[in-house]
Design a protein around this ligand. Structure first.
Ligand SMILES: NC(=O)c1ccc[n+]([C@@H]2O[C@H](COP(=O)([O-])OP(=O)(O)OC[C@H]3O[C@@H](n4cnc5c(N)ncnc54)[C@H](OP(=O)(O)O)[C@@H]3O)[C@@H](O)[C@H]2O)c1
Length: 264
């Protein structure tokens, strides 16, 4: 397989927010990019811009990652485009403003498919090649919420805890082969995320210091995976929150979480 310049980076959820910021950062560093999401027009516009600006190869793969089998389709698309994946950014994600029993089971399945099954399967499909070649970088986008107490009926936190946990396990196995795996755990980040999940009004009430912008978050994540850090919590405020919440006694975490009202 041939990449034109640098390494080949596959980025899921590249049509907006953190995924778009990852694509911009990696293309600016001279890496070819393969952009995956559902909104083709956005992906194509970004791909055209990145290849014109940075002279890298930028290709588009329009897929709904909530559909069973989509990870195999991503791999097939990479192979048919002769695109070698050295860098994998498992970023696509979503949350629902509705708690477990009020959420249609198809939405439950979609969240798990995109953020657990898809992420895990894409890693499995591409990590072996990276290990065989002796070099690879994988960033799995988790969340600060993975450290926080959960709240009633919230599926998202459990999913992001899985992402944090499995990323550490994979880093332990893969690092001796030259493949670094990092769980990137952003706090509140200015993207479309809170519009899509319907929590913008709630989120807007948070103080400005609680927020980061997407380029700052992805830069921290990329530097962390480069250094071989298995977990990256970007920003001083988020680091303080993570270290406070993860050290709370279990009973207190439960009580805190029980009275939080993130979803209805
Ligand atoms: N923003 C925050 O405050 C925050 C905090 C912590 C963690 N995160 C995590 O960061 C990651 C990126 O989120 P973001 O903030 O950049 O949100 P965003 O602006 O809403 O972008 C989400 C991306 O995921 C893609 N996506 C969603 N469902 C998909 C599906 N079924 N198939 C393919 N692609 C899909 C979207 O593309 P299409 O709609 O075009 O398919 C979009 O490119 C997520 O994993 C999120 O959980 C975000």
């Amino acid at each position: 397989m041939t990449n034109r310049s640098g390494k080949g980076a596959l980025i899921t959820g590249a049509s907006a927010g953190l995924g778009e910021a990852f694509a911009r950062l990696l293309a600016a560093e001279g890496h070819d990019v393969m952009l995956v999401a559902r909104r083709t027009e956005r992906l194509q516009a970004l791909a055209d811009e990145l290849s014109a600006t940075h002279g890298v190869r930028a290709i588009v793969c329009t897929l709904d990652l909530s559909v069973v089998g989509s990870a195999a389709q991503v791999q097939a698309a990479a192979e048919s485009a002769d695109f070698q994946v050295d860098i994998l950014i498992n970023n696509a994600g979503l949350a629902e403003p509705v708690s477990f029993l009020n959420l249609p089971v198809d939405n439950v399945r979609a969240m798990i498919e995109v953020m657990i099954t898809g992420l895990t399967e894409l890693t499995h499909r591409f990590a072996q090649g990276m290990a065989d070649r002796g070099w690879g970088r994988i960033i799995n986008v988790s969340s600060l919420s993975a450290f926080a107490p959960n709240s009633p009926g919230m599926l998202y936190t459990g999913i992001k805890s899985y992402v944090l946990n499995i990323s550490q396990a994979l880093d332990m196995q893969l690092k001796p082969s030259g493949v670094h795996v990092t769980a990137l755990c952003p706090g509140f980040t200015w993207t479309e995320f809170h519009d899509t999940q319907g929590t913008r009004e709630w989120a807007n009430q948070l103080p400005a210091f609680a927020w980061q912008d997407a380029p700052t978050v992805v830069k921290a994540g990329w530097e962390a995976v480069t250094r071989g850090e298995p977990v990256c919590v970007p920003g001083v405020v988020n680091k303080a929150v993570a270290s406070f919440t993860k050290h709370l006694p279990e009973r207190l975490r439960y009580l805190f979480g029980k009275h939080a009202r993130m979803v209805h």
